[in-house]
Design a protein around this ligand. Structure first.
Ligand SMILES: O=C(O)CCC(=O)C(=O)O
Ligand SMILES: [Fe+2]
Length: 261
């Protein structure tokens, strides 16, 4: 877990000239994209974060798009992404059991997507003026966050922001929007944000989620006449398109999917 943070720091320490070949303002540019804040060209408020995001699965189809400088980047991130994926799939198996879903429910197309977001929060001269990331829920199924040893993450509980203190060698596991829907609201997506800090912070978020064309709906075995579905049926691709526009406006991206009772 430490190695990826070291290599990620080496990447962000490279000269701008070297990093800029990954820079893109196009939110649909998925393969391997470096950007600053969230949607710098369109957003009204900027956030104190640089971000390198790439697809991790299937590894052999995507690793060639990842940085090759630092020289160890592909090796270290490749090994890490395989291990994190295995851990994530194990956690999904346990969640499946806990929800009482049939074994293997999350296997295949519901966990085919796997992205990694390498977040670099530079030292901020006045952390009271800016956030690292605004309030959001992650759109996928689950997140495994390696948050290093610098605090900054906060989670919303009972309308209060609670700091999630870093624990050595531990992941923060977030329930994402798709898991809330599949579980028909039994599991709640964790809303979180990042506060800026006057020391540099590096984190690596691994997201496991559905492929774009998968139809998402509450699991059939979790709904009944007495427990009707709370959410409409939609494709993950459609959801991501509205998520990208709703979240920066502070709109809850799940709201338009709710079935009104
Ligand atoms: O950097 C963090 O602590 C959280 C990052 C995050 O929420 C994200 O990448 O979606
Ligand atoms: Fe997040």
């Amino acid at each position: 877990m430490k190695d990826v943070l070291v290599v990620a720091t080496e990447f962000f320490d490279l000269p701008v000239e070297e990093k800029k070949r990954f820079y893109s303002e196009d939110p649909h540019d998925q393969g391997c994209r470096l950007k600053t804040s969230i949607d710098f060209a369109r957003e009204k408020v900027h956030f104190w974060r640089d971000n390198l995001r790439h697809i991790c699965h299937p590894l052999e189809e995507h690793i060639q798009q990842w940085p090759d400088n630092p020289a160890r980047y592909r090796e270290v991130f490749g090994l890490y992404s395989v291990e994190v994926r295995n851990l994530g799939l194990r956690i999904l198996d346990l969640i499946c059991e806990g929800l009482g879903l049939e074994a293997g429910y999350f296997e295949g197309e519901l966990s085919q997507g796997h992205f990694m977001s390498v977040n670099h929060y530079p030292p901020c001269p006045d952390p009271t003026l800016v956030l690292g990331l605004p309030k959001h829920g992650d759109p996928f199924t689950i997140t495994l966050l390696n948050q290093g040893d610098v605090p900054g993450l906060q989670v919303l509980k009972d309308d209060q922001w609670i700091a999630v203190e870093p624990l050595p060698n531990a992941f923060v596991v977030n329930i994402n929007h798709m898991l809330q829907i599949i579980s028909n609201g039994k599991l709640k997506s964790a809303y979180h944000r990042v506060v800026a800090s006057n020391v540099a912070r590096m984190t690596i978020a691994s997201f496991i989620g559905p492929s774009m064309d998968v139809v998402i709906q509450p699991a059939k075995s979790l709904v009944s006449e007495s427990n009707p579905p709370l959410y409409k049926c939609f494709t993950f691709g459609d959801f991501t398109r509205t998520y990208i526009t709703d979240t920066p406006k502070g709109k809850d991206p799940l709201e338009h999917l709710m079935i009104q009772s």
